[in-house]
Ligand binder design. Structure first.
Ligand SMILES: CC(C)(COP(=O)(O)OP(=O)(O)OC[C@H]1O[C@@H](n2cnc3c(N)ncnc32)[C@H](O)[C@@H]1OP(=O)(O)O)[C@@H](O)C(=O)NCCC(=O)NCCS
Length: 393
């Protein structure tokens, strides 16, 4: 029988709550591994759909299996008509993460597999979610501008099709390839807050869509996926700032955070940020927008110096720091940046949901149920005396 351990750890920091075979992080050395493969290898040689296959199935596909998987994703791109119809009635200034989060249960309502709790059915649902989240984001961006959503182009890759649906013009191939790499880099990250939310929800035997809905909610926060749009806000504010070190110091003196720096696990530079930094420079040079890379590196330098003066040498750029300028150069509006994180991370969420539901890394499925220490009003085990409203002072 498992040992009963009574510990109090606010925020579950450093507490191991499950086994996983999906991904691994060494936060001291800045290493991220998906199913055994280092993120650098995958970012350089693979592509997002192959990585999604790897995460969902545990091994890299042979050519034929990959072709089949790509075909399934392509065939799943069609979002049910009533879902797009619903979007047209929603407030045009709604936060795109709220729109995405609200749309996922609508997808569940139309999914024939939703009540079949087998691995195969869950993989089919995962494929639909991977295929449809980008379609929903792009459709919302069109609808909120009073434009009709565009039809997917079967000849375009996953990332290129998204850019086409968003902008209404065929994307530059290098930019589409770079967006695909961004999706690879964001696809999984062990037990981050949103993945944990997904796993916690499905541990009750709720379906995959319920888990992913929770994941999107958790991702939206500015300490998690929402940080990329906050980084962009910072960059736009600082565009005309001449004293970056002064701005950084002032912000820290006021107890404010430098968005996109620091990480709960990485105590060195996030390995994904390295890729994105280089991408921001390269894309910036190509499009005449290198100022965003230069501004970001100036904030990074000033931030590292200011943190070091405060004795904090482990607060370094994270994935959101350089993804913001990259997305901006790609023409992705600031309020859609976190949705890009979601259309990638959905691959990881679904892989973890499957692992959780089918106990693929541990003996049996868990039902997450931590404890809390009660520090509220207490009148003993008999409880406080209930006073009628008219007698209350
Ligand atoms: C991600 C983050 C929440 C992780 O931090 P954490 O490990 O949970 O640690 P804490 O939030 O407790 O921070 C520890 C200390 O470092 C400081 N700190 C951490 N990141 C900071 C940042 N980006 N700017 C300023 N101070 C920061 C905190 O203020 C705190 O200081 P204190 O000990 O004097 O109170 C944090 O680094 C952060 O808020 N970063 C900015 C948001 C962001 O980029 N999020 C995306 C993460 S991928």
């Amino acid at each position: 029988m498992a040992e009963v351990v009574n510990v109090k750890n606010v925020g579950l920091r450093g507490v191991t709550v499950a086994d996983t075979k999906v991904s691994f992080i060494d936060g001291q050395k800045g290493v991220l591994i998906y199913r055994g493969y280092r993120i650098e290898q995958l970012a350089e040689n693979s592509n997002f759909l192959e990585v999604a296959y790897l995460l969902l199935n545990g091994s890299l596909p042979k050519r034929e299996a990959m072709a089949g998987f790509e075909q399934e994703v392509l065939a799943a791109r069609q979002v049910p008509e009533f879902v797009l119809g619903s979007l047209t009635g929603w407030p045009k200034d709604a936060n795109p993460m709220d729109v995405l989060q609200a749309s996922v249960p609508l997808l569940a309502m139309a999914d024939p597999d939703v009540s079949e709790d087998t691995r195969e059915a869950n993989v089919r649902m995962a494929i639909r979610l991977i295929a449809r989240l980008p379609i929903l984001v792009a459709a919302w961006h069109r609808i909120r501008q009073n434009l009709d959503p565009l039809t997917s182009d079967e000849s375009l890759s996953h990332a290129a099709n998204f850019l086409w649906l968003l902008h209404g013009k065929k994307p530059d191939s290098e930019m589409a390839r770079d967006l695909d790499t961004c999706l690879t880099l964001h696809a999984d990250h062990t037990f981050n807050a949103s993945t944990f939310a997904c796993r916690e929800v499905v541990s009750t035997r709720a379906h995959m869509y319920a888990g992913v809905t929770a994941g999107i909610g958790a991702l939206s926060g500015s300490l998690h996926g929402g940080a990329n749009s906050q980084v962009m806000k910072m960059l736009l504010e600082l565009e005309s700032e001449t004293d970056i070190p002064g701005w950084v110091t002032g912000r820290l003196d006021r107890g404010e955070r430098i968005m996109g720096m620091g990480h709960a696990v990485y105590k060195t530079m996030d390995p994904r940020a390295r890729f994105l930094k280089d991408m921001a420079r390269r894309l910036g040079e190509k499009t005449g927008q290198k100022r965003w890379h230069d501004l970001s590196t100036a904030i990074e330098k000033a931030g590292l110096e200011a943190f070091a003066k405060r004795g904090k040498t482990d607060i370094q750029p994270n994935v959101d720091f350089y993804s913001a300028p990259v997305y901006h150069i790609m023409g992705i509006p600031r309020d859609l940046m976190t949705t890009i994180f979601a259309i990638s991370r959905v691959a990881g969420w679904c892989s973890h949901i499957i692992e959780e539901k089918f106990a693929e890394a541990q003996e049996k499925p868990a039902l997450y149920r931590p404890k809390a220490e009660y520090v509220g009003q207490y009148c003993g085990l008999m409880g406080c005396e209930y006073e009628p409203a008219e007698d209350r002072k």
